[in-house]
Design a protein around this ligand. Sequence first.
Ligand SMILES: O=C(O)/C=C(\CC(=O)C(=O)O)C(=O)O
Length: 304
Amino acid sequence: MEFQKTPGWLDWYSGPSAPRFKVPAGAVDAHCHVFGPGAEYPYAAERKYTPCDASRKQLYALRDHLGFARNVVVQATCHGADNRAMIDALVHSDGRARGIATVKRSVSDAELQAMHDCGVRGVRFNFVRRLVDFTPRDELMEIAGRIATLGWHVVIYFEAVDLPELWDFFTALPTTIVVDHMGRPDVTKPVNGPEFELFMKFMRQHPNVWSKVSCPERLSVAGPPALNGEQNAYRDVLPFARRIVEMFPDRVLWGTDWPHPNLKDHMPDDGLLVDFIPHIATTPELQQKLLVDNPMRLYWPEVS
Ligand SMILES: O=C(O)/C=C(\CC(=O)C(=O)O)C(=O)O
């Protein structure tokens, strides 16, 4: 099948620079995606965007180039609940990738077990309105209860303004919860203001809540972008990410978010995104937790 990319789509950056920051041995890129290829794994009918292809081979080439050892491949909404492209990436990773799936209530126990055997360790609930249609909360809670028995966790993606309304649902989830992209703070608001403080309270009061301190390129308003050798990119995001890393060093993860779907204004150089890490995790100890110890405990507990 032939797919036309969404108008204005920005393709992922080819030829990323070699990071100056050397990630610790065994580092995990804990948030990335594969797209198709569409000819092999068609994009879902209900998708809200049509991306450029981004294959597992291209993902693993990037992993090696950046110096990472492992990946967590998160099901992207353009594939709906058809997890085949993501699972194909897992089974061709030599055990070096785990996955986060999207499932419907109709998924069978045998299908969940088969996904587990391929390396899936969680499901993603997406509340970003431009990306998905509404799913009733009771359906999501039922799914959460079922995947809890497999030892999986729930990844949640939402925008900061929606946290008050989602609070009761999130705090009732029976599993570990991993928040994508710090709950998408509005970084033009103060880091010690009520909106971000609510997110900090969410993590403080609920020790089962983790956060990915990822996606500065999506959250930044004042830049500068990670392009052309910029070593101090996305400065406006730093206080938010740093505060989470310092307050909750054992519950943070980092990921590239390659191939960066739906960016509108620029496509970052992934090598320079890696150079952002020591600005948010400022000591070797924090970097080791963020990039190795935490993701290994969550995704490869049998190894760590
Ligand atoms: O890549 C991300 O994590 C963020 C996305 C895309 C997404 O989540 C998806 O398609 O599933 C976004 O904000 O558009």
